[in-house]
Design a protein around this ligand. Structure first.
Ligand SMILES: Cc1ncc(COP(=O)(O)O)c(C=O)c1O
Length: 418
């Protein structure tokens, strides 16, 4: 008998969407394609030799423990060095001890644990938009409703936030949390100002919801002063801080961490036990040796140099080739630039034309859970080779100019009868 699998899937599973964008990203693997689409670190940023040394040390000293099951909380020694580093590091200044930290299988698992522990079907959460796709996917899977809060020059529009919360409260809805990436945000590259970080925490206290602060990029700062994370002002356990080794070591190790109150971590640990028992032990030993050996800070400096050069190249090429009327962000760190085109352009429709010219981006709409913003796109500058950045932007500029010319003709010569 043929299995009627659709009948057996949970209601929840039928809501899972494979993101259209991730499907489109497969097209970017076509030979000759210059892809600014993926959010990938550059392989040159992987400290291959250091990882090799760390592994040799593990084989000499700890191989049996590294291959054994570990505790769900994560390797004690790794949590210890992370806590020490977060206290001292200007990007963190988070006053925490090892028992305040949970090691996860990437930041993505931390987002998924937050979804499982806080969202019932029909619950509402807030997110600044544009928003990181993976977070929205994790929250959507739990059948939650999303309320989008626009970003502005200061990182989040706090007036709009207050208005939206007021509107929700009047209908009896109290959001569970707000999701935000305050520093060098994915996808916009923008950073939330210090005053807005403090104001966001005040608003969260006033209306009693949590803040999920996702912080994969703050260490990749190219210029200016580091702005401390919201978690560093949190004295009441209102902020769940999430970070990752993906951008400062290697994403293949699948290592992230959470700093949160004991009550929250206990729930996360129970949920994680049901999910994967513990994070990859071998990876955790590598990360421990990497930090304990004093390699991390030096290596981050090298990544920053590499990505700054690539950001500068992309900004220079944008200035040289993009037509007037196109705007872009000037990120001071991270991996992304956000482009806003004239309203007449729909980046979804333009995508196939860009692929035909062998250049790819991510359409901006993908980062808006409630749709819209069709005239925007995200460009990644960390991955492509230097020479290809200039060539890719040149190709993209041609596609945009063609699209603008077509839109202009359509405006000038409306079809008969219109
Ligand atoms: C904002 C943000 N959060 C979380 C993640 C997931 O990171 P990880 O590789 O640690 O799961 C990413 C990955 O790009 C990201 O950009």
């Amino acid at each position: 008998m043929v299995v009627n699998i659709d009948r057996l899937f949970s209601k929840r599973a039928t809501r899972f969407r494979s993101s259209e964008i991730r499907e489109l990203l497969k097209l970017t693997q076509i030979p000759g394609m210059i892809s600014f689409a993926g959010g990938l670190p550059n392989p040159l940023a992987f400290p291959v030799d250091i990882i090799h040394e760390c592994i040799e040390k593990i084989f000499k000293e700890n191989i049996e423990q590294a291959l054994q099951y570990g505790t769900t909380e994560g390797l004690t020694s790794l949590r210890g060095v992370l806590a020490e580093r977060m206290k001292k590091n200007p990007h963190h200044h988070i006053n925490c001890e090892l028992h305040d930290i949970l090691i996860t299988s990437g930041a993505q698992q931390a987002l998924s644990l937050a979804a499982i522990c806080f969202l019932d079907p029909g619950d509402t959460y807030l997110t600044s938009v544009p928003a990181y796709l993976g977070a929205v996917q994790a929250f959507h899977a739990l059948e939650a409703n999303c309320e989008s809060i626009p970003m502005n020059d200061e990182g989040i529009d706090t007036d709009s936030l207050r208005r939206n919360i007021g509107r929700l409260n009047r209908t009896g809805i109290i959001p569970k949390f707000i999701y935000t990436v305050p520093t060098f945000q994915n996808p916009s590259g923008e950073t939330m100002s210090l005053s807005h970080r403090k104001e966001l925490l005040d608003i969260a206290s006033e209306y009693d919801f949590l803040i999920i602060e996702d912080d994969p990029y703050s260490e990749l700062i190219f210029e200016g002063d580091a702005i401390p994370p919201i978690k560093s002002f949190d004295t009441k356990g209102r902020v769940i801080y999430i970070s990752t080794f993906s951008k400062i070591l290697a994403p293949g190790l699948r290592l992230g961490w959470v700093v949160a109150s004991k009550e929250i971590l206990d729930k996360f640990i129970q949920a994680k036990q049901a999910s994967d028992l513990c994070t990859n032990g071998f990876s955790q030993y590598i990360a421990y040796e990497y930090i304990n050996g004093g390699y991390l800070d030096k290596h981050v400096e090298q990544i920053k140099k590499l990505y700054k050069r690539k950001r500068d190249l992309m900004l220079k090429s944008l200035k040289e080739y993009f037509p007037s009327g196109v705007k872009w962000t000037m990120p001071k760190g991270g991996m992304f630039i956000w482009i806003t085109l004239p309203k007449s352009i729909d980046t979804r429709l333009m995508f196939q034309k860009a692929l035909a010219k062998k250049v790819a981006y991510v359409v901006g709409e993908a980062f808006f859970p409630e749709g819209g913003n069709y005239n925007s796109m995200r460009l990644n500058f960390s991955y492509s080779e230097d020479g290809l950045i200039k060539e890719g932007i040149k190709r993209l500029a041609e596609v945009i100019k063609d699209e603008l010319a077509t839109a202009y003709q359509q405006d000038t010569f409306p079809p008969d009868g219109v």
